[in-house]
Unconditional design. Structure first.
Length: 318
């Protein structure tokens, strides 16, 4: 499996960031990381919303793990989407840790939020997707938010099964059914693909290839905004571009990290320090630098600390 390192890059980056996921208050974030030699894989959870064991991944990467598992348990390509939907219900739906946390979360609505939930956090897209799968809708993804769940689900499919746009769009919309989800999800995948093919500047190459492509018109206008901020401080740039979960801001802030950094480790650390929904941004950034610089650019100590990494590596051809 030649491209396994790309999904591994996303997985390790998410796990490294996870204990500091969704810290939006810059003063609190500074306090949490002050004086620390290492700010990745913090032993103590600092996410204000949920608490899981360090080394595990957020819901963003976890939907990619569900797809990864589906790929290796499907006998033929035509079975993948159907099996993926079944596995989404098993992994995120009733009876799962995610669903138990959701029930706990609903209780929290009636009281003042004082501490993070014990257990993983289910995303809005997954709640809607489960409902739509059960209702037997043809397109099952959520429509209320423009988060990168669709990209995260499609990442292993794109690099291990098929790059055909029609198929990839279908995968994205299985969990995130909006034009923004689809367009920015596909843009991420194509930029990572250019990095994997050895392009010297994958972001600029993406612009060159798609400059007259109306489908990516908004993406290219927005990337050009990011390029103008290339030499500006990353934290202040993220403040301008968006530190929350939704696209286009999420994509733009992650792209700023990519164009202003030379390697995997520095890009992930920089992204953690910028705060907000850093775990989702790190899936794109981690996959990008793994593709651009290769497997060896992912710090080996980080790989060892990432719980799902062992499963991914078991499929790697030596």
């Amino acid at each position: 499996m030649d491209n396994l390192h790309i999904f591994l890059g996303a997985t390790v980056a998410d796990a490294a960031t996870r204990p500091l996921h969704w810290v939006y208050d810059p003063k609190k974030l500074k306090k949490y990381i002050k004086g620390k030699k290492e700010i990745v894989f913090l032993k103590k959870n600092r996410s204000p919303f949920y608490n899981i064991k360090t080394g595990n991944v957020s819901g963003y990467n976890d939907v990619g793990q569900v797809m990864f598992k589906t790929l290796f348990s499907s006998k033929k390509k035509s079975d993948i989407l159907k099996k993926f939907k079944n596995n989404i219900i098993k992994h995120f739906g009733p009876g799962s840790d995610y669903w138990k946390s959701l029930k706990q979360r609903q209780k929290y609505k009636k009281i003042k939020w004082k501490k993070p939930l014990n257990g993983p956090w289910i995303h809005q897209n997954f709640i809607e997707t489960i409902k739509n799968i059960k209702a037997k809708k043809s397109i099952t993804g959520g429509t209320k938010v423009n988060e990168s769940d669709g990209f995260c689900a499609a990442l292993p499919y794109y690099f291990l099964v098929s790059k055909k746009e029609k198929e990839v769009k279908k995968v994205i919309r299985t969990v995130a059914n909006s034009k923004i989800n689809e367009v920015y999800g596909l843009a991420r995948l194509k930029i990572i693909d250019l990095a994997n093919k050895g392009e010297k500047n994958p972001v600029l190459k993406f612009i060159k290839i798609n400059n007259k492509n109306r489908y990516f018109k908004e993406v290219i206008i927005n990337i050009k905004k990011v390029l103008r901020l290339k030499r500006q401080n990353h934290i202040s740039s993220v403040k301008k571009l968006g530190k929350a979960c939704s696209d286009p801001g999420n994509f733009l802030s992650a792209t700023h990290s990519i164009i202003s950094t030379s390697n995997y480790k520095l890009a992930i650390i920089k992204t953690i320090k910028a705060g907000g929904c850093n775990a989702s941004r790190c899936n794109y950034i981690g996959a990008y630098f793994a593709a651009f610089k290769g497997f060896k650019n992912i710090p080996s100590q980080w790989v060892k600390k990432t719980i799902p990494a062992k499963k991914i590596l078991s499929y790697r051809v030596p």
